[in-house]
Design a protein around this ligand. Structure first.
Ligand SMILES: Cc1cc2nc3c(=O)[nH]c(=O)nc-3n(C[C@H](O)[C@H](O)[C@H](O)COP(=O)(O)OP(=O)(O)OC[C@H]3O[C@@H](n4cnc5c(N)ncnc54)[C@H](O)[C@@H]3O)c2cc1C
Length: 566
């Protein structure tokens, strides 16, 4: 987004706080955190009780706590008591435990266990001197993560003016969040609202009015209109131009292919129907991706990959679902269709992932975007402050969503049809959920009804064993019901398995092999069309495997484009 104007937010908000708790080494921590004092309100407490009072003071004054850092040994309390207690006052703050170097070995086992079960976000060794940049990298990562998922941006690249939070307004806000564009929603009569409306030349006959990067405000009718202002349309590409690789879907698989293809000199276009990042972009914390020991939010991972791909020259179009592909005859390029124009490409990578399974309760489908959300809906999570919410699903994505929501909501109930989470969720997440006082698990249940006036107010649950029904007042319903492939747009020449996933390599039916030889891995039944990530039959459904396959597909693209050189 470099070079694009940013708008300073006129609102004066107190600096977010960083609270340091240490009885004997507060001076070391205070010195280390002096570098943050310009932009954060750095406070020191010498006991848990003093820290608790300070946190309440911040909270009651309307301030926000970004981070609290506690020494591993405290007077009259264990570190586990400390993180649990602080969670009750400032649940959104990131939590760091710092061990004094004399205690590091002694405490390591117990503290590592606390970390692996999600009691805190990082466990660090207290710096021994100045410029311990490893320590500060960890701190800055925590603050960055807090800022991306919790804080209201103080500098806005996009301003949305709307009298109420309609589904379109929220969808635009969510899209902007997912692409990493800080934005805010302002009422028309507010100071910012008046300022933007004064620059709008038409008479707004509907909302929202959106001002993107200091450009002329517009009245979009869809998220795509906003996406188009930022990324353009596929037919911006000269129709005569044939690109080397068109990638369908910019989740981890498509992003990895974008980075590797463009870095190896292939002209590359990535077409994405929603926001860059795919399912991974909706994950609040990916803990198992190589090279990120403290985890990384899917949104940040996607933004970094996008920037890397753009730097190498990939052209992205977002907000444009690919509606079909016309296979080129006799080795001619393929034509990828969107409503915004076609892209002609020598090779195509199908990286369109999977889509959430639907709940199938009509009254709730009507409330999508108004309290009902498919997926973890990172932006909507912020709006659940102080509310009771329900997460439906028993997989890791549901567990992660519940943990993230518990930072904001008063209570989170995970609803599953099975008798326990054990078969479907990783043990570390189950432990984290057990430890979290705001999360409750309701087994043997399903949602059968729900409703509300302007937004969700209630749901009806049914016990799958006794058929007993119960009505619950909830303001948020997050549906993580597993996923199905997205392939209705694929040409019939592409072979699919019985569930609709794309067949590649040896899995392709033998009658489609060439002279008894199966296509190489990741190659589909059509030469020059490849598949990677969750959409591929037999894929592992992980970020790392999707990125690995996306990167791998690029070498096959080279083979296809220049077979004589390989
Ligand atoms: C909440 C959540 C948490 C998760 N946490 C983890 C984790 O911690 N660790 C882990 O390893 N995995 C995790 N996963 C799984 C991981 O995110 C997926 O395995 C991974 O994202 C798959 O990548 P992909 O690129 O194949 O597909 P996706 O991420 O699904 O991306 C596909 C993209 O294609 C786009 N698309 C679809 N159809 C079209 C079309 N016709 N035209 C244009 N674009 C299209 C979609 O909008 C999407 O952006 C999580 C998943 C979820 C939902």
């Amino acid at each position: 987004m470099s070079g694009l104007g940013r708008i300073r937010h006129p609102r004066k908000v107190p600096n977010p706080s960083i609270l340091l708790i240490s009885e004997n080494h507060g001076d070391i921590l205070e010195t280390q955190f002096a570098r943050y004092a310009r932009e954060y309100d750095v406070r020191v407490a010498d006991s848990l009780m003093a820290a608790y009072l300070q946190a309440r003071e911040v909270h009651e004054a309307g301030g926000q706590m970004a981070l609290f850092v506690t020494e591993s040994v405290l007077p009259h309390a264990t570190v586990f008591d400390a993180v649990a207690k602080m969670r009750t006052v400032v649940p959104t703050a990131r939590r760091v435990v710092v061990a004094h170097w004399e205690r590091f070995r002694q405490d390591a086992d117990q503290l590592r266990h606390g970390l692996s079960t999600g009691k805190y976000d990082a466990y660090l060794l207290m710096p021994r001197g100045v410029r311990d940049e490893e320590f500060h990298t960890a701190i800055v990562e925590m603050l960055n993560d807090w800022n991306a998922t919790v804080a209201t941006p103080e500098v806005e690249a996009v301003r949305i003016i709307a009298p109420e939070h309609t589904p379109l307004t929220l969808a635009i806000h969510d899209y902007l969040d997912r692409i990493g564009s800080p934005s805010g929603i302002h009422p028309p009569e507010s100071e910012v609202g008046q300022e933007v409306l004064a620059r709008y030349t038409g008479e707004p006959d509907r909302w929202p009015v959106v001002e993107t990067y200091n450009r002329e405000p517009q009245v979009p009718t869809s998220v795509r209109d906003v996406a188009m202002t930022i990324y353009g349309r596929p037919d911006d590409i000269d129709v005569e131009q044939v690109v080397d690789l068109a990638i369908v879907g910019a989740g981890p698989a498509g992003l990895a292919a974008s980075v590797y293809a463009a870095s190896e000199g292939l002209s590359t276009v990535a077409i994405e129907s929603e926001a860059i990042g795919g399912q991974a972009g909706t994950s609040s914390m990916i803990r198992n991706y190589l090279g990120f020991p403290r985890g990384i939010s899917g949104m940040r991972l996607a933004q970094r990959a996008r920037n890397q791909a753009i730097r190498f020259g990939t052209r992205f179009f977002t907000g444009w679902p690919v509606t079909g592909v016309t296979v080129g005859a006799d080795g001619q390029p393929h034509r990828v269709h969107t409503e915004g124009g076609d892209v002609v490409a020598r090779s195509v990578l199908i990286a369109s992932g999977v889509d959430y399974r639907r709940l199938g309760v009509d009254s709730l489908e009507e409330l999508i975007g108004r309290g009902v959300h498919y997926g973890a809906a990172m932006t909507a999570a912020r709006e659940m402050e102080g509310q009771d919410v329900l997460v439906v699903g028993g997989g890791n994505s549901a567990g992660q969503a519940a943990v993230h929501l518990s930072r904001f909501a008063r209570s989170v109930t995970i609803l599953v049809r099975r008798r326990s989470l054990a078969e479907t969720m990783s043990a570390y997440l189950i432990k984290e959920i057990e430890y979290n006082p705001r999360i409750e698990v309701r087994t043997c249940g399903q949602v059968v009804d729900g409703g509300g006036e302007a937004s969700l107010e209630w749901v009806e649950l049914e016990d799958v064993e006794t058929q007993e029904r119960e009505r619950r007042e909830v303001r948020g319903l997050f549906l993580l019901l597993g996923a199905e492939p997205r392939c209705d747009w694929l040409p019939e020449q592409i072979a699919l398995d019985e569930r609709g996933f794309v067949l590649t390599g040896r899995d392709v039916p033998a009658d489609r092999w060439n002279d008894g030889v199966p296509p190489p891995d990741l190659c589909t039944t059509v030469p020059g069309i490849f598949a990677a990530g969750d959409i591929r039959s037999g894929s592992m459904k992980r970020v790392a495997s999707a990125t690995g396959e996306g990167a791998n597909a690029v070498s096959l693209v080279h083979d296809h484009l220049a077979p004589e050189q390989t």
